[in-house]
Design a protein around this ligand. Structure first.
Ligand SMILES: [Zn+2]
Ligand SMILES: [Zn+2]
Length: 346
C-alpha cells in the first residue's frame, strides 16, 4: 500500500510499504479521509523530533473496516468508523478518575513513534486503540469527509461545554482559521452571539461564510471598544483564544466582563510559553481563565451526531481535498491560509 512519510521539515515521501499486519485483538481500516490538523502543520514546518525517523502523520481519520482480528467482537468488515488520536493508559491518577485527556502517558496516532496515522491507504487499529483510544461508528448518511471533522469538532465542543456557552452569551472568538470557524459554528449552535477577531483579511472573508454577528480587524479597530459597544458597555461573556499568539490572551482578559470566562484553546510555541495577564482584572473582576485541551472520548461521539444534524456546516469548513499523492500540495495549501480545512482522501 501507499503511505506518506514525513521525513524532514516540509518533506513528505510517498512510499510503497507492506499492508499493516492484522492484530489478533484489532482491525485493519481502509482510510477514506484524513484531515490536516494545525498540529500536523506545526510538525511539518518544524520537522521531526531528534532521533525520530520518518512517521506517517494524520489523526483526523474516517474509513471502512477491511479485516477484523479473531479476538475482536463488536466490529465487522464494512463498518464505517471515525478515529481520533488519543490513546490513554487506563491506569494513572487521571484515567482512574475519567479525565482521559489529562492521562500521564497519552500516546497519539500519527504522532507517537510506532503509532502510524491516517495519511496512508490503510492503518491498523490495535486492541489498545480499540479499548483505550477514541473510535466510534459513523452515523448513516455521514460522508467520510464529514466523519474526519469529528476530531477537531470534539475539542471545540468540549471547550464550549467547559465555558457553558449559552443563549445569553456574547462570545468573542480570536482567530478564525478552521478551528476558529468551528468555534463560531458551535457557539451559534448553543445559541450565543458571536464576534470574530481576525487579523488576516483572507480569513475574515472566510469567517463571513459562518455569519457571525460581527467581524473585527483588531489591527485597525479597537476590539475592546467594539465588544463593549455590542454588549451595552459590559464586555464579552466568553473570549476564546483559538490561535497561538500570547498577546491575544492578554487582550482576552481585557475584553471580558466581570465574571467572564477566558478559554485558552490554542497552545503557544513550545519555546515561548509565557504570557502576561492583568491579574488585578482577574482578581477584582472574578474572571475565570481556563485551559482547554483535547476531550473526553464521549465528545467524539457527540461530534459525529452534531455533524449528522448539520449543526456544523462541513461544506463551508472543508475548502480543499487532495489525493495522497498530492500531500505536499495539501500541506502547502493548509499552511498558506487560503482555505479553511484541508482533507486528504487516500
Ligand atoms: Zn487534529
Ligand atoms: Zn492514564
Amino acid at each position: 500500500m501507499k503511505a506518506a512519510f514525513l521525513v524532514d521539515a516540509r518533506t513528505f515521501e510517498i512510499r510503497e510499504v507492506p499492508d499493516p499486519t492484522l492484530p489478533d485483538d484489532g482491525l485493519v481500516l481502509q482510510v477514506e479521509a484524513c484531515g490536516v490538523c494545525g498540529s500536523d502543520l506545526r510538525r511539518w514546518k518544524e520537522g521531526l523530533a531528534p532521533g525520530v525517523e520518518g512517521i506517517v502523520p494524520g489523526h483526523e481519520v474516517a474509513g471502512v473496516v477491511l479485516q477484523v482480528g479473531p479476538g475482536v467482537t463488536g466490529y465487522a468488515p464494512g463498518d464505517r468508523l471515525a478515529v481520533a488520536p488519543d490513546i490513554h493508559c487506563g491506569r494513572c491518577y487521571y484515567c482512574l478518575r475519567g479525565m482521559y485527556n489529562l492521562c500521564d502517558e497519552l500516546h497519539f496516532l500519527g504522532v507517537t513513534p510506532g503509532y502510524p496515522g491516517g495519511f496512508a491507504a490503510k492503518m491498523a487499529l490495535s486492541g489498545q486503540v480499540l479499548t483505550h483510544g477514541v473510535v466510534h461508528r459513523m452515523p448513516d448518511g455521514l460522508s467520510f469527509v464529514e466523519g474526519s471533522l469529528a476530531e477537531p469538532c470534539s475539542s471545540v465542543l468540549a471547550a464550549h461545554q467547559k465555558a457553558g456557552t449559552s443563549l445569553d452569551d456574547t462570545v468573542v472568538v480570536i482567530g478564525s482559521g478552521p478551528i476558529g470557524c468551528l468555534h463560531v459554528a458551535i457557539a451559534q449552535a448553543r445559541g450565543a452571539r458571536v464576534v470574530v477577531a481576525e487579523v488576516s483579511g483572507q480569513r475574515r472573508e472566510m469567517a463571513c461564510r459562518f455569519q457571525p454577528d460581527a467581524i473585527v480587524d483588531p489591527l485597525h479597530e479597537d476590539l475592546g471598544a467594539r465588544v463593549r459597544q455590542l454588549t451595552g458597555g459590559l464586555g464579552a461573556d466568553i473570549a476564546i483564544c483559538a490561535n497561538p499568539v500570547a498577546a491575544t490572551q492578554t487582550q482576552a482578559v481585557e475584553i471580558v466582563r466581570k465574571g467572564g470566562r477566558v478559554v485558552l484553546f490554542g497552545g503557544l510555541p513550545k519555546a515561548q510559553p509565557m504570557t502576561s495577564l492583568d491579574a488585578n482584572r482577574i482578581h477584582y473582576g472574578e474572571i475565570e481563565v481556563v485551559g482547554a485541551f483535547s476531550y473526553h472520548p464521549t465528545m467524539h461521539a457527540l461530534a459525529l451526531d452534531v455533524l449528522k444534524r448539520k449543526l456544523v456546516p462541513a461544506e463551508l469548513l472543508v475548502t480543499h481535498t487532495f489525493g495522497l499523492e498530492q500531500i505536499d500540495e495539501a500541506f502547502q495549501t493548509a499552511a498558506s491560509g487560503e482555505g479553511l480545512k484541508v482533507v486528504v482522501i487516500p
